[in-house]
Design a protein around this ligand. Structure first.
Ligand code: GLU
Length: 455
């Protein structure tokens, strides 16, 4: 069977770095082993899902170089879910319950007071057809619960019933269905919670590997029971550790915290975002990569650690700078042109090492062009700089010109080290730091250099 994975966000907000981790774990499985990647939009919550967020998710994945083979929307599949619902009801595996939220809450408190786990007591299973008709006549609409297979003959006598799987990230896992309430699969307003549609889709789409965050571990116990109730093949499951922000808080799609969009807008490279999203909280050092797909070499979901990983934007900035330094000119040329910087390999070779983002190339383009630049010449360096102007070699300039020039200046003035180099940098760039002067000088050119040396 073809390895088939899915990334299943709800289009209720922008995806963040933690969602990107899930998407990329799935994507890299496919890049590493071959197979298919499905983007499934979990939009059963029609009130909170929007087309704009769905489009933004597709865009953000494309930016991350994740290319789905197929896109499906749960909202297109309600007929199918309704058919499965009917089948489960017919088998007695899905039953209507009428308790209000307050009644359920009261029930849970009473269980706790008796020292019992707050598990739903299946009272709705005792209702007769007449009881149900009466409740519905009162205006109560049922929600629907899945009857967990945690009993031998009597559902009111639940037993320990372990579900096991060998998690791709966490190793052997166990969930005891005997300790869980029958999950609500359909709300009283008729809307589906994510649990059932997800299993139906995973079966229909032939999903072989479900890789998602560890907040779904308990769901997996329940969903394996649903797979079995539907005679579906149970996929392999992997639950990776979650990311938190620097204060240890979980990331939320609703707050827009660390959204992929905001990282892109800050000028970060997708390769850097992806490398950190995948590598953080694993046993590997996070290194810059030339492409997102390059992360697939050696990718193993089992390398994710078991505890939450703290995501620090400062780490991303540092990794981004290293990624930018290594960007080849061909990749960056159109972006340099768009920035109004020279789309010239010599320019990029000169400035790349001083750019923490590609956009910073613009600053160095201005330095080369002299835009807004005021040469800085200290009083005590005036004579030295005048001498430098006199000794500036004739064109053509190349990578050796600066060395030849400074050697001549050293011989003529006796200056060396910082006293020799800094006045030239300050006069030619107006700054005390920046790219190698040997690389900048040919870009500035002789006439412009002379102008800056003799203001
Ligand atoms: N929509 C679910 C979520 O974002 C999907 C979970 C899953 O991958 O099954 O949490």
């Amino acid at each position: 069977m073809t390895l088939t994975v899915r990334f299943a966000p709800s289009p209720t907000g922008y995806i963040h770095i933690g969602n990107a981790r899930t998407a990329l774990f799935n994507w890299l499985m496919v890049r590493r082993h071959g197979g298919r990647f499905v983007l499934r939009l979990d939009d059963t919550d029609r009130a909170r899902s929007t087309d704009a967020f769905a489009a933004a998710i597709a865009e953000d994945l494309a930016w991350l170089q994740v290319r789905p083979d197929q896109v499906v929307r749960q909202s297109d599949r309600f007929d199918r879910y309704d058919a499965v619902k009917a089948a489960l009801v017919a088998k007695g595996l899905l039953y209507p319950a009428y308790e209000t939220a307050e009644e359920l809450d009261y029930g849970r408190r009473r269980q706790r007071a008796r020292g019992l786990p707050p598990v739903y007591d299946r009272a709705a299973l005792r209702l007769t057809a007449d009881d149900r008709a009466r409740l519905e006549a009162e205006g109560r609409a049922p929600h629907w619960r899945f009857l967990l297979p945690n009993f031998t003959a009597d559902p009111f006598e639940p037993e320990r019933r372990e579900v096991h799987w060998d998690d791709l990230c966490r190793g052997p896992q166990t969930v005891d269905l005997g300790s869980l309430s029958d999950p609500v699969l359909i709300r009283a307003d008729g809307t589906y919670l994510y649990t059932l549609p997800s299993v139906i889709d995973d079966i229909d789409l032939g999903i072989t590997h479900v890789i998602r965050g560890e907040d779904h571990v308990t769901n997996t116990g329940v969903q394996i029971a649903i797979f079995q109730a539907l005679d579906g093949t149970v996929p392999a499951f992997g639950h990776h550790n979650l990311l938190t922000d620097t204060s240890g808080e979980g990331l939320s799609k609703r707050t827009g915290a660390l959204s992929i969009r905001s990282l892109r807008d800050r000028g970060l490279e997708p390769e850097a975002v992806a490398a950190l999203a995948v590598g953080i909280g694993t046993s590997h050092a996070v290194e810059p990569v030339a492409s997102v797909d390059a992360l697939a070499a050696g990718f193993d979901p089992a390398d994710a650690s078991k505890s939450a990983a703290r995501f620090d934007p400062a780490d991303l900035d540092a990794l981004n700078a290293r990624t930018v330094h290594a960007l080849p000119f061909e990749r960056v040329a159109p972006r340099l042109a768009a920035l109004g910087a020279p789309a010239d390999p010599a320019f990029w070779a000169a400035v790349a090492g001083n750019c923490a983002t590609v956009a910073e190339a613009r600053t160095w383009a201005d330095v080369v062009a002299g835009t807004g630049l005021t040469p800085v010449i200290a009083e005590e360096d005036r004579a030295f700089v005048a001498e430098a102007a006199r000794l500036l070699p004739a064109e053509p300039f190349d990578g050796d010109t600066f060395r030849a020039w400074t050697n001549a200046l050293k011989a003529a003035t006796g200056r060396k080290g910082r006293g020799l180099f800094m006045p030239l940098r300050l006069a030619l760039t107006g700054l005390d730091h920046g790219p190698e002067m040997a690389a900048l000088l040919p870009l500035i050119g002789r006439d412009e250099a002379l102008r800056r040396l003799s203001p």
